[in-house]
Design a protein around this ligand. Structure first.
Ligand SMILES: NC(=O)c1ccc[n+]([C@@H]2O[C@H](COP(=O)([O-])OP(=O)(O)OC[C@H]3O[C@@H](n4cnc5c(N)ncnc54)[C@H](O)[C@@H]3O)[C@@H](O)[C@H]2O)c1
Length: 269
């Protein structure tokens, strides 16, 4: 695994927190030449980059980025390529937003935003980085989806739809770019104890840590896995989520989650 990341240049969106921050730390520990952390939370980004820069001098750049805005994503990749002296070997499209809400209360504007942040942000990152990867002869793009792409959940219609679209886009493009030595992987990162769960009152007890998730992701990336799935829970959704003969079992599970969420338990998954 070390060999895959050693002396490489990586960009990580959502790099100031949770899984993204751990991806930055672990790649630096594996000997990456440069890591560019992008996040819209400027204060947290500055603080985390200062800490990482102290441990890995000259290897860390923080770029304040709003991935929901195309020009911001293009500017990020431009700055990253300058920092990497023309190279960007990895793009981790990791930033995303859960946006839980009953469907009845969602507006067109919110649907548009859900896709801007969870789908078009990564797509714009791909558009921006492809010319660089082509020029250098290859690269690896990693799009962080969610278990909801395999097992869509009630009260998260916007998030489920956008993350499923992201996974389909990633798999389609993987085969389209394979012969150019540009790799694409989707990630289902598990139920991970990060600030994403704060509004739900914290992550479920069985959540894994962001470091465990990041290490599992990097292992899957180094093995060029098509869809990197880190927890048994999501593996079961992948195995049983689409076959008609398991439809009743899946319905029983997601209905239970829907009812728990309706009664206020947003930790229910
Ligand atoms: N934590 C989980 O259980 C879980 C499960 C499935 C999928 N995911 C996905 O993993 C990814 C990382 O989530 P996390 O759990 O580490 O969450 P997190 O809240 O710890 O980190 C997300 C980071 O993304 C940043 N961000 C949000 N919107 C942004 C934008 N428009 N532009 C730039 N940065 C933005 C936030 O400021 C934050 O620093 C997300 O795509 C999320 O959907 C997480």
């Amino acid at each position: 695994m070390k060999k895959y990341f050693e002396d490489k240049v990586a960009v990580v969106t959502g790099g100031a927190s949770g899984i993204g921050l751990c991806l930055c730390e672990e790649m630096l520990a594996l000997g990456a030449r440069a890591v560019v952390a992008a996040d819209m939370n400027e204060d947290k980004l500055k603080a985390e980059c200062k800490r990482l820069e102290a441990a890995y001098p000259g290897k860390v750049l923080g770029v304040c980025t709003d991935i929901a805005k195309q020009e911001s994503v293009f500017d990020l990749i431009k700055q990253a390529a300058e920092f990497g002296v023309g190279h960007v070997d990895f793009l981790f499209n990791n930033a995303g937003r859960g946006l839980p809400k009953p469907f009845d209360f969602t507006t067109d504007e919110e649907w548009k935003y859900a896709f801007e942040v969870n789908f078009y942000g990564p797509l714009n990152g791909v558009r921006a980085v492809l010319p660089i990867m082509r020029a250098q002869g290859g690269g690896h793009i990693v799009n962080v989806s969610s278990g909801v792409a395999l097992s869509p959940m009630a009260f998260q219609t916007m998030y489920s739809a956008a993350k499923a679209a992201l996974m389909a886009f990633t798999s389609a493009l993987r085969s389209e770019l394979w012969d150019e030595n540009i790799r694409l992987s989707s990630v289902i990162p598990g139920i991970v104890a990060t600030p994403m769960w704060d509004k739900a009152g914290g992550a479920p007890d069985f959540a894994i840590t962001p470091q465990e998730s990041a290490l599992g992701i990097l292992k899957g990336v180094a093995a060029n896995q098509r869809i990197i799935i880190l927890m048994e829970y999501d593996l079961n959704s992948a195995k049983y989520g689409f076959l008609p003969e398991y439809g009743d079992q899946m319905d029983a599970h997601v209905l239970d989650v829907a009812r728990q969420r309706r009664s206020g338990n947003f930790k229910a998954v």
